[in-house]
Design a protein around this ligand. Structure first.
Ligand code: SAH
Ligand code: SF4
Length: 364
């Protein structure tokens, strides 16, 4: 059977090489060729013995998912549409800034969690991405950005904030995280890799033990009554449980705060009173807030909060002692802004959430 080497982290690749009768250091060499140098052709891996190259040619491939479109926004944001087969496509977005370059990647084709204001959620869920499809987004972006020869680091940060819920595709996400952090692959520091979750409490605990990276939690509401409606997984893991998991996470996290994401929806979650309620809610959790002006998409009933409302809401949080930033809407001329990533997904869920999320108990 031919394997895709992009599906393996260092441990997996070493084990596979052992099965082929090869020494562990060969795995390390190949990892560096594939991820640091962006080489997919075994014949170009010049420091491998010819016999090993022949073996690899017979038994393995380096097969990233194909980039089917690559659009550049007026502000430099670049959106890649990635084909993951069977009519499904996901998106990744590169956001250049003065001090850093951030790649936002997807972890699932669609998403089962059905948050009220999210276009990915509205598409339903098709399937989890493989490790090769997750890390393949980084591989492809590096190549497109001309950063494959190890001499220039264009992508300094990775955020798992594209399509899908990373913690609902846990094993593959963690294996891909290992590659992002591995010095023989992408060599990013834990502080520069951020997992964003809508709040799968038991899986937050697993991540803390297995691979603690920076954590962003999608809050969006100051109380359970509203969050139940906006982020339905809250019905399973309400706010007090979520905030307790955040506190536990901080005991192992590479940063000493949790980032709370808060999508600003006009007339829904953006009042002064709600800002104050939020301050009381997160009182015991060291945190920063990132306010995200809602990005509209066709068929959505929500509107973006006006700029002065976002400013006022942020001021109240700041006065309450919480560092608060407002996310610049980048790339919206190419539909690359948060929550606008749609890709194209064949919905197989028909909203039967309990089948897809292992931690979800059936409530129907
Ligand atoms: N599933 C994960 C990560 C992907 S979503 C999560 O929910 O955290 C990344 C962020 O974009 C989340 O905070 C999400 O709530 C936000 N988002 C989704 N749709 C949006 C929209 N239409 N406008 C603005 N932000 C949105
Ligand atoms: Fe899924 Fe995140 Fe969108 Fe919710 S906001 S539907 S968890 S991708």
């Amino acid at each position: 059977m031919t394997v895709n080497l992009l599906d393996y982290d260092a441990a997996g690749l070493t084990a596979w090489f052992a099965e082929q009768g090869e020494k562990p250091f060969r795995a390390k060499q190949v990892l560096r060729w594939v991820h640091r140098s962006g080489v997919a052709d075994f014949n170009a891996m010049t420091d491998l013995a010819k016999s090993l190259r022949d073996k690899l040619l017979q038994r393995a491939v380096v097969a990233p998912p194909a980039v089917v479109s690559d659009k550049i926004s007026d502000d430099g944001t670049r959106k890649f549409l990635i084909d993951v087969g069977n009519g499904n496509a996901v998106e990744s977005v590169f956001i250049p800034e003065d001090e850093r370059g951030t790649l936002c990647i997807s972890t699932q084709a669609g998403c089962a969690l059905d948050c009220a204001f999210c276009s990915t959620g509205k598409q339903g869920f098709n399937r989890n991405l493989t490790v090769g499809e997750i890390i393949g987004q980084l591989w492809q972006a590096n190549k497109a950005l001309g950063a494959v020869h190890g001499n220039e680091r264009v992508i300094s940060n990775v955020v798992l904030m594209g399509m899908g819920e990373p913690l609902a595709n846990y094993e593959n996400t963690v294996t891909a995280l290992h590659l992002m952090l591995d010095d023989n692959a992408y060599g990013l520091s834990r502080r520069r890799v951020t997992v964003s979750t809508s709040g799968l409490v038991p899986v937050i605990d697993r991540l803390r033990e297995d691979c603690p990276v920076a954590l962003a939690v999608s809050l969006h509401a100051p109380n359970d009554a509203l969050r139940d409606q906006l982020v339905p997984i809250n019905q399973k893991y309400p706010l007090q449980q979520l905030l307790a998991a955040c506190q536990r996470y901080l005991t192992k996290a590479p940063r000493d705060f949790i980032t709370f994401e808060y999508t600003m929806l006009a007339g829904v979650n953006d009042s002064d009173a709600q800002a104050r309620e939020l301050l009381a809610l997160v009182r015991d959790v060291p945190c920063k807030f990132n306010l995200i002006p809602f990005n509209p998409f066709p068929g959505s009933p929500f509107r973006r909060s006006p700029a002065d409302r976002v400013r006022r809401f942020g001021e109240i949080l700041l006065q309450g002692g919480i560092v608060t930033t407002t996310r610049k809407t980048r790339g919206d001329d190419i539909d690359a802004a948060c929550g606008q990533l749609a890709g194209q997904v064949q919905d197989k869920t028909r909203r039967r959430l309990e089948r897809i999320i292992p931690v979800q108990e059936s409530s129907e």
